[in-house]
Design a protein around this ligand. Sequence first.
Ligand code: SAM
Length: 241
Amino acid sequence: MDENAASVPGNSRAEPTQVRRMFDAISPRYDLMNTVMTGGLHHRWRRLAARATLPRPGLLALDVGCGTGDMALALRAAGARAVVGVDIAPAMLRHALRKLDARGETGVTLLLGDALRLPFRDGTFDATATAFTLRNTADVHAALAEMRRVVRPGGRVVVLEGAETGGGPAGRAARLYLHRVVPLLGGIIAGAPRAYRYLPRSMSEFLAPDALADVMRAVGLRGVRYRVLMLGTVTVHVAAV
Ligand SMILES: C[S@@+](CC[C@H](N)C(=O)[O-])C[C@H]1O[C@@H](n2cnc3c(N)ncnc32)[C@H](O)[C@@H]1O
């Protein structure tokens, strides 16, 4: 992969073309990096978020920023009747497609599309989730408003995100790991140290959990609550339309 071909967004105003190029460029090693960086725990966080998204089986779910498809698969495993995954990065979607094919998974449909202009009518889905995507969008408020719009009244909207909230020695250790070790791993494993420097930067620049909850309320979501996991580096926000 040509790391320099992929410009890396400045995050606070993530530029969609740069974001798309960066994820397309890292797509071949994206899954492996997730597993190495988190010791495999990323699957557990998605399972937790998927269960929070789907209070019962048989629902139609949307995965916003589906990437290589792991959240969509977690939603299926949590009982979704079917899942639609949307992403702006074609290469990430190609990896997702290969993964779905390899597993014989026919309940997930993938679409190229933008979280800020979801190509669905109001109230199309029973629920929606997004994993590690919101902080990469240019407008968190608009993305959440779109997620709310496409879910029927009573359905859930769930956000799984990377965060930098931990204080004390554990928080310092987490920050050291994210800002020093992860870029090294990103260089060695993915050949993309810049993309994996962007990752912790995008986490530290992202909304604090309370502020994200406020934006969710501001777009009209109800009953917003959240959990912080993994030394303050992962959050799961759950709300209802
Ligand atoms: C960190 S990856 C997360 C992928 C997947 N959700 C997961 O859990 O592994 C972020 C994904 O969001 C996608 N993305 C970023 N901005 C987007 C947007 N405006 N609309 C749709 N997808 C977007 C990227 O292309 C990328 O695949």
